[in-house]
Write a protein that binds this ligand. Structure first.
Ligand code: PLP
Length: 444
């Protein structure tokens, strides 16, 4: 892909890094489940002259002049979002997923209120009330968990909700490979009088394609990032459902006021245009087929890995992601696995597993997903090859174990990572990953 000639002339240092990053994306298997490759049309809009404009406010109610065309762009994005997700209200201005979620809190809750979300080490997102996030500091967070088998513990969630009476409950997370139980959570929210917000950041592409159940009949509010399975620019959308408006007719107004002027200034109009384009792309039959293929690929990968004796949390997947349970490789072995896979040409991330025996920084799992490699055109056959590369790479971490003594860890890991980078078997596996990448070029 052509990288900006203007950047090359103006800033050779940044240009050089951009070229290298472009090559990295081209030549390795991108399997971080929250990543994807946006279309050239989406990227053109993201890098367009729209970055020059200020347009605080909403279409036809702006604080600045010259917004005739911006008004049209934002209105188109809003209409497309409403139609695609089947909701009566959408705000496309949130800068990204985390501010969008904070905007939901600030529209519905006061500091100190009780809120509930899926626990971070059980697959939940930081912004659903984790202690290191501002959401865990200003609100009283009561997390629910997954059971030892990896499925959400609905009974625990119900019990905690009735006991603590949260103001807001989140359903949706970053590391859950099964359908979200929207209906069960909507019953819990009704029973305890809470608002229910569905954060479908990871699965929104699957939802608009009908591959995953939509929360629009169950939740009051829906949030999503636009850059994951939806394959748009980095941004987010907050939506209010019919159900939410029935419960609180002012809900849409509250959300809009919190986004602007409550939390943000001028919207990123270049992103708004790119979101509009991504939503148009996502409404096509090709996109629906793409989403179905994401899931077929994930299931094919899951069964190929399982047949090689690799253990998956919940035993498989319903969506785009898989979580490998590395307990048999030792506590904290996710760090070695991530490094070995990277040496083998596969980018993934280490991740905690249910009943994590180690810690979030030295976890015992590997999370991986199929959205990005499916965008390149890969299918079930390639998943067999990828499963074989993964299994081969995991063999190479057998000799390593995380030192119990924290002081010894740094030196040990440095040595181990150095060895994994030089490892001949991993280099051979890398050649196989690169061959797949050449066969399915990115931005051909
Ligand atoms: C990615 C994600 C977010 C945060 O999005 P950012 O754009 O990274 O701020 C929030 N919630 C969930 C469930 C996510 O997966």
């Amino acid at each position: 892909m052509k990288i900006g000639e203007h950047i090359k002339a103006r800033d050779p240092k940044i240009y050089e890094e951009l070229v290298k990053e472009s090559e990295r994306q081209q030549n390795s298997l991108e399997m971080i489940p929250s990543e994807n490759f946006a279309s050239e049309a989406v990227m053109e809009a993201s890098g367009s002259i729209l970055t020059n404009k200020y347009s605080e406010g909403y279409p036809h109610h702006r604080y600045y002049g010259g917004n005739q065309f911006i008004d049209n762009i934002e209105s188109i994005a809003i209409e497309r979002a409403k139609k695609l997700f089947g909701v009566p209200h959408a705000n496309v201005q949130p800068y990204s997923g985390s501010p969008a979620n904070l905007e939901v809190y600030l529209s519905l809750c006061s500091p100190g209120d009780v809120i509930m979300g899926q626990n971070l080490t059980d697959g939940g997102h930081l912004t659903h009330g984790f202690k290191t996030s501002v959401t865990g500091k200003i609100f009283k967070s009561i997390p629910y968990h997954v059971k030892p088998d990896g499925f959400i513990d609905i009974e625990e969630a119900r019990r905690l909700a009735m006991e603590h009476k949260p103001k807001l409950i989140w359903v949706g997370s970053t590391s859950y490979m099964r359908e979200f139980p929207f209906e069960e959570f909507s019953k819990i929210a009704e029973e305890c009088g809470a608002y229910l917000a569905a954060d479908i950041s990871h699965i929104s592409g699957l939802v608009v394609s009908g591959v995953h159940k939509s929360p629009s009949n169950y939740a009051d509010i829906i949030t999503t990032t636009t850059h994951k399975t939806l394959r748009g620019p980095r941004g987010a959308i907050i939506m209010v459902t019919e159900k939410g408006l029935k419960k609180d007719p002012l809900l849409a107004e509250k959300i809009d006021k919190t986004v602007f002027p409550g939390m943000q200034g001028g919207p990123h109009d270049h992103t708004t245009a790119a979101i509009a384009i991504a939503l148009l792309e996502a409404s096509s039959p090709e996109f629906a087929e793409y989403s179905r293929q994401i899931v077929r690929n994930a299931k094919a990968l899951a069964s190929a890995l399982t047949s090689k004796g690799i253990k998956l949390v919940t035993g498989g997947t319903d969506n785009h992601l898989l979580l490998i349970d590395l307990k048999s490789f030792g506590k904290g072995s996710g760090v070695f696995a991530q490094e070995a896979l990277e040496s083998a040409g596969i980018t993934t991330n280490k991740n905690t597993i249910p009943e994590e025996p180690s810690s979030p920084f030295f976890p015992t799992g590997i999370r991986m997903g199929t959205p990005a490699i499916t965008t390149r055109g890969m299918k079930e056959k390639q998943m067999d090859e990828i499963a074989s590369i993964i299994a081969g790479a995991l063999e190479e971490i057998r000799g390593y174990s995380l030192p119990e003594n924290r002081e010894e860890r740094h030196a040990y890991l440095e040595k181990a990572f150095g060895e994994l980078r030089e490892n001949k078997n991993l280099e051979d596996l890398r050649k196989r990953s690169e061959a797949l990448c050449r066969e399915f070029p990115l931005y051909p």
